[in-house]
Design a protein around this ligand. Sequence first.
Ligand SMILES: *[C@@H]1O[C@H](CO)[C@@H](O)[C@H](O)[C@H]1NC(C)=O
Ligand SMILES: *[C@@H]1O[C@H](CO)[C@@H](O)[C@H](O)[C@H]1NC(C)=O
Ligand SMILES: *[C@@H]1O[C@H](CO)[C@@H](O)[C@H](O)[C@H]1NC(C)=O
Ligand SMILES: *[C@@H]1O[C@H](CO)[C@@H](O)[C@H](O)[C@H]1NC(C)=O
Ligand SMILES: *[C@@H]1O[C@H](CO)[C@@H](O)[C@H](O)[C@H]1NC(C)=O
Ligand SMILES: *[C@@H]1O[C@H](CO)[C@@H](O)[C@H](O)[C@H]1NC(C)=O
Ligand SMILES: *[C@@H]1O[C@H](CO)[C@@H](O)[C@H](O)[C@H]1NC(C)=O
Length: 651
Amino acid sequence: MLARDALVALLLLTGFQTLYAVENLPVRVVKERKPCSGGCGRRGHCNYEEGRCECPWGYIGPSCEVDRMAVCRQTPDDPGSCGFIMPKNCECYRECFRLYCRYGTDTNKCANQMWGADAFDASCWLYGSEDRGPATDRPQDSSLYPKNPEQETVWFGRIPEMIGGTNYSGEELKLEDPGRRYKSPWDRPWLVWHRADNIAKPLSMCNNTCANGRGFCIQRPGSLEPECSCHFGFKGPDCSEEDPTTCWFSPTCSGRGQCRSGFCHCHDGSWGWGCHRSVAYHPATPGAVPDVRSKARLKIYIYELPWEIAFPFEVQEEIHSRDNIYTGYEQFMRYFLMDDSVRTENPYEANLFYVPALAYFYAENVRNSQWQIKAVIDHIRQQWPFYNRSGGRDHFVFMPGDRASCHSDRWLQDEIIKVVHFGMQKKNLTWLGIENKDYGCIQTKRDLVVPSRSVNTGPLLPNTTTSYYQWLVANRGYDGNRTLLFFFAGGIADGEYSGGVRLAIKLLLQNLTSPPPDVKFFEGSIGDRYHDLLQTCKFCIAPYGHGWGIRLVHAVHFGCIPVIIQDNVYQPFEDFLPYEEFSVRMRLADVPHMVELLRTYTEDQLAKLRLGLVKYYRAFIWEREFDGLAYEWTLAGLQRRAYHLDGEYFH
Ligand SMILES: *[C@@H]1O[C@H](CO)[C@@H](O)[C@H](O)[C@H]1NC(C)=O
Ligand SMILES: *[C@@H]1O[C@H](CO)[C@@H](O)[C@H](O)[C@H]1NC(C)=O
Ligand SMILES: *[C@@H]1O[C@H](CO)[C@@H](O)[C@H](O)[C@H]1NC(C)=O
Ligand SMILES: *[C@@H]1O[C@H](CO)[C@@H](O)[C@H](O)[C@H]1NC(C)=O
Ligand SMILES: *[C@@H]1O[C@H](CO)[C@@H](O)[C@H](O)[C@H]1NC(C)=O
Ligand SMILES: *[C@@H]1O[C@H](CO)[C@@H](O)[C@H](O)[C@H]1NC(C)=O
Ligand SMILES: *[C@@H]1O[C@H](CO)[C@@H](O)[C@H](O)[C@H]1NC(C)=O
């Protein structure tokens, strides 16, 4: 002991400040910065761990000098995107295809699922003319609409890669319906919910050329003149204002940089999505993988990923917001980047590794995010030794989609820890696209189920939750306002939806000759009434839906005792959260008797369950401004996974 301490002291005295020791473990890791090329700071910033210049979306090269996505921009000021609101130069879509579809021409395997089947129908153009074809004298180097689009463009219905080709000669590439020229590729009648039937116009027709291309110029149906639709990161009528909140995970860039178009441009010395990094660690012996992990403290290392691998891009141009119920993992990321006690910059001391694949940005709610996750894993396996060391078992990834990990191939199911909202355990599921038959969507000792977020607007904001629970404590759990027995309101759909629970309740109540007046059941949305029922019912029914359900979270936010009817579905934190203290669990088979069963609870028992909610409701709230502790509970769950790993409970 003494000898090593003396050595450290000596080295420090002699100026070797780069030496680093983890608590009482031997010195095998050093602080050491790998420099980047000189011009890196102009457009990007140096990641001193990798010696890689971190660039904004679209730029690559040692100093971000190569504009890989130039053809997706209208002007050099256009941040560019692969979105579909406005038809772009077909060469842009080809570049996007190369970016996202690494695993061959099967568009189901594109990392960005927008590039799957939907992109197949995207209309795009080249400079040229319908008579003479693509221009040979004008480079296809931008998506700037020409002054006279009618005479200067030739239109296509798809790009060559999508038919396995390499050029535009194939007749099947032509845009068949001339009515779709200049119109959004989303303008398809069958895309009812995000139909965008606007028409693209040259930038010069919009005010201030939309601040030189920070938006695009479109004519919306029914409006008299074209208007700017701003790119992600910009706002105002001509898109001249910058919007810093678009750096999702750190709107302030930790005070060490500036947010531009979703990219934190960090001051020299800081790097990462939120400029949260500033120290780089390397093995004292090059090539070694020193193991300086401590059992005493949970330490998590987050990989920094280049934009080509993962970036919170606009899922669909113009539609900048995501459905809030899917953003629990964004909240986790925000808190994690600020959490200097658990987050470590030294991967050699990490117990767990955070793989920020941003699955939702690539696959949204119902698509299969495994191709994006695979792309990220392939990348980190090449760049770092840690994934191979454990076979991915000490790595975790968030999969917030409806059916989350259920769609994953077996290798992904078995390797990485998946943090999901849906803990389906049933084996041999017959759902479409679910290959794994040997176990359900997750393995409970390895994967972690966490609550989803609620919403951040309107009456379902959990901003009154704490005051209600304080009142409840003062009333020893009794709430005389809760006079109704239970309610449910929402979609019903067929048997597979919610495992048949919603339909069973509907049939049960239809069957009764006189439905009980204290039971409320509504098919579909009921607006603000939903909020009122959460406050006046004793019980709130929490089935799942297509995948995970939000109703458990809603019930807990409002002090309504959840009745969880989800056969085979493991609930958030279920292995260490005592659900029996605050909820009622029923089987689908119990539904025919549920009214009688729920009536057997006495007022005292209900009060006791509500006091159970008082103890645990904060596990179901993400936002700290509403007293949420879901981040801390998630960390506790991850720590337990690390413990299970050491228990050899999963392989
Ligand atoms: C264009 O692609 C087709 C097949 O898709 C091929 O037969 C043809 O030779 C190509 N033309 C040129 C000029 O490369
Ligand atoms: C364009 O600018 C003019 C003058 O400022 C303004 O009156 C008009 O409303 C603007 N048009 C749009 C679509 O913003
Ligand atoms: C990890 O394993 C993969 C597949 O065997 C390999 O391609 C990769 O180079 C390995 N990574 C490292 C850092 O050795
Ligand atoms: C899975 O279900 C199919 C029928 O849907 C059945 O034939 C098969 O034996 C089942 N496999 C297992 C492992 O239960
Ligand atoms: C909670 O949020 C709602 C919706 O934004 C708002 O109307 C209400 O005043 C808020 N309540 C409190 C106590 O802040
Ligand atoms: C109970 O209902 C009364 C009357 O509507 C209301 O004033 C009171 O705030 C309610 N109590 C709680 C805890 O919601
Ligand atoms: C509804 O009534 C029918 C006919 O009596 C019966 O077969 C069915 O099981 C009942 N359904 C429920 C959900 O009670």
